[in-house]
Design a protein. Sequence first.
Length: 496
Amino acid sequence: MAESTSSIWRPRRANAAITFALAALVASGAACRRSRGQSTAPNASSAPFDTHDVRCVERPEGCVFCEGRGPTSPLVDPDALPASLCDPKDPGTCVDFCTSLTPECAVPWRGGASCLLPSEFEFRRELFRRDTADRAEALIQGRVSDEAGHRVEGAQIRVWFQGTAIVDDASGKDGGFHLKLPAGPWSYSVRVSHPGLATELTELRIDRGGTLSRNFRLPPETIERGRVTDGAGGPVAGATVHALRTADDPIDAAEAQTAEDGNFSLGGLDAKRYTLRASKFGWLPVTLKTPVTVPGPRVTFKLTRTGVIRGRVLDADGDGQPGATVVALASGGLGEAGSPVIWKVDTNGKFAQDRFQPGTYYLWARHGEMLLYPPEKIEIAADDLDAEVELKLSHRCARVRGAVVARAGTPVEPEERTVLFGRSPLALPRKAVGEIDHAGKFVVSGLLPGRYELSVRVGARVLPIVSGPREVEVPIEPGVSVDLPEPVVVRPQPEE
């Protein structure tokens, strides 16, 4: 997890009226930007999009996820070349997309209104606003009072839809509030809170427009106290403790930070059962197995440290490289189906990730056509769980050019792609994909030095290679182009 955290979105089943984009992580297949023109993917559209209909956000792995009207835009197939748009004035500046929807309003060089949102939170909120813009509005009004019936001024009222906060308001001097919400066949989650009083969480369903009255009476708060420690019993300062109605509830009833001695006081609770959870960057989160009845005895959390990798990505001049991507892979995953961890750096090129187990890791970094080579090898030891590195982008990626022909003169299928998968321990642990044109020619870019296995695929289907190269060796010289000496002859398979 990144050290800079944001609100957690737990996707639920989308209703028929509103469909939210799934927060899926789809890593690009190539390590460098491809050498290309306006577009290299058949589904990369340059047609204009109405910014009222499409919303986009950049995913941590660097591609842009876009959502239009109707069903969720299909994600780019893992074996497909990511759809792209390039700056017509600078063909080397391109934007890769996680989805087949590729609107020009999401690229930085286009003038006018942008459909690229600055954060995942704003992306989800804008989708809600867009998809409910034509719904009738309902007015929810009422008052907040305490248990004695006194009106409560300044009570915080927050409304969520499917885990996304969409409205923030506060009660007035008379305890009154007025909320306007789109009506529809769905439920909202409402939290009403005020210092010294118990927080109320409730579900609110509004099927049609009109006026709905709803009052909230908050009893005095009950406080739950406890301590967060490490495995040796030492205090863990700065941990966050959450109280939830249920273990899978995305909205907490209260939260508190631990002091230097590890102690915390969790206020805003009612006299009922809560699930308690403690977390901190660099530590494994812990949820108490048994819900706690408040008020109750002091509780204790024991957190376990995890490995943390911090550092900075530098460009060739030694300056911080914003927008770079970092890939980490445990040494046991090299040459196998290991699962790399992929993340983006901040605007200064800095990064911090946790949840790493003790062991040996290889780190790659990339931005545009520049990569780190060889990858940085680091050790995370049980007695030293913090690693700090600088990753300098100084190697220009290579490419492989060749041709694919079908045996017996069968034409090349429109969806055929050439895929190179690194077999050398220092190659980036991601597939590199190149499209095959109508003449059978292909170019696969984004390659580091090393040995690669070559295959020809149609979607997930692998075509048998009858003759020609099955492996490619990329030399260590930066920016080199490797031309295959003979075409790759494949045997088409009948459709299943």
